[in-house]
Design a binder for this molecule. Structure first.
Ligand SMILES: [Zn+2]
Length: 190
């Protein structure tokens, strides 16, 4: 039996939901969970919409070049989050279109709807960095923002959400996309 099978199956279920909800593009986005000193993370290049149990890499909280080479390119960001925020057990990253659009326009995203205000708090941080994909700078700076808010957006790239489990991370990522849609529609109303 594959190690961490229960965790792999939980990640697959939430990855499919993320994909079906239109929260990312065909091969964009990644997700992981932490079990003790291990990280279970999606393999590089696999679509969130049709993951299989073998499409994950098991690596460690410490860098491990042998194990890391097949993992998602955003492993460095996931790992930095787990190392910096001990309570986080899961990380979800996607390219949610309305969220990315709002990151291009606002320095921080302020939900207008009551549900997102309750769930996410006042303002969602947007992180601007020189390089935004597979970025050391994002890995260094993003955990600080996620200590204050369970979801933060990398400018022109997409949100990273955290939680006690992967479903909770999806809840935050999806709520942010919803509030960015409302923000956009509201701006278009006469
Ligand atoms: Zn990405």
């Amino acid at each position: 039996m594959l190690p961490f099978l229960k965790e792999r199956l939980e990640l697959i279920e939430i990855a499919e939901l993320t994909f079906r909800l239109g929260l990312t593009d065909s091969h964009g986005g990644n997700l992981s969970c932490r079990v003790g000193n291990h990280i279970v993370i999606k393999r590089s290049g696999k679509s969130l919409g049709r993951l299989k149990p073998e499409d994950f890499v098991i690596t460690t909280l410490d860098e491990n070049p042998l194990l890391d080479r097949f993992a998602s390119l955003e492993l460095k960001v996931h790992r930095a989050i787990y190392r910096e925020i001990p309570g986080v057990r899961a990380v979800l990253h996607a390219h949610s279109p309305y969220t990315v659009a709002c990151s291009l326009k606002y320095d921080e995203i302020e939900p207008l709807d009551s549900e997102s205000k309750l769930l996410l708090g006042g303002k969602i941080p947007v992180l601007k960095a020189e390089k935004v994909v597979s970025s050391e700078e994002v890995a260094q700076r993003l955990p600080e923002l996620l200590k204050k808010c369970p979801v933060a957006v990398v400018y022109s790239h997409g949100p990273f959400a955290v939680g006690k489990n992967i479903e909770e991370a999806l809840k935050y990522l999806s709520a942010l996309e919803n509030s960015c849609k409302i923000l956009t529609f509201h701006g278009q109303l006469p």
